[in-house]
Design a protein around this ligand. Sequence first.
Ligand code: TMP
Ligand code: ASP
Length: 258
Amino acid sequence: MARRKQIYEGKAKILFEGPEPGTIIQYFKDDATAFNNKKHAVLEGKGVLNNRISEYIMLGLERIGVTTHFIRRLNMREQLVRHVEIVPIEVVVRNIAAGTISKRLGIEDGTVLPRSIIEFYYKDDKLGDPLVSEEHITAFNWANPQEIDDMMAVALRINDFLSGLFSGVGIKLVDFKVEFGRQYEGDMMRLIVADEISPDSCRLWDMESGDIMDKDRFRKDLGDVTDAYREVARRLGVLRESENPGQSGPVLVSDNGD
Ligand code: TMP
Ligand code: ASP
């Protein structure tokens, strides 16, 4: 890692300069944080699983025509992505009430929402990523009205895609968060999906048992966090049925020599 220039270190990932201009290497750490960094742990193998799950989802999105920053996975913990200017907005789509919407509006956890609801959060750790409206986003120039429309439309397409993908493997997609980046090519600019989509950024409930299979296991001290992520990966076909990763860390289907 010493040979590369680190650009940024976040709570769960590190970004390094990529091999060609316009590229970045995204390194998935095992660190988990919650409640704006108040809670922290290192969960062995989480980064490896998220790298692989996010790759799988980004490739699936590309197949349905949603452009993402993903170029290719490099190894167990790293993927090559396009360099983008991150829009400082977290776009959350909710299908079932859980987390902050339940608390804020007094809706019982597990209530199916009348329709999918989109929310925007301003990305600012010091402020704890506050909920904001379109008015705030345009007034403070975090994104323009066209970009907001585009982000909403793409977020709903991602919701349809992910809902189908997960329901096919017996998992309910409760909610998820997605981030977008601006990619500049000459005079042209386009918004593409960035960051990661993984059990760190989704709520996933087992359809039969209702078991939590996402980062809420960490937030709520339920234990077996990586086991749950591993099960998500296994059901998606990212881990081979015959392999039992056990306690020694995840064993991945290898296709490029890692
Ligand atoms: P919330 O209920 O805490 O607002 O979270 C909504 C969804 O967004 C949930 O799937 C978790 C995800 N999320 C992130 O990915 N990053 C964050 O910083 C937060 C607060 C939520
Ligand atoms: N990722 C955020 C944090 O580290 C919040 C969360 O996911 O709960 O605080």
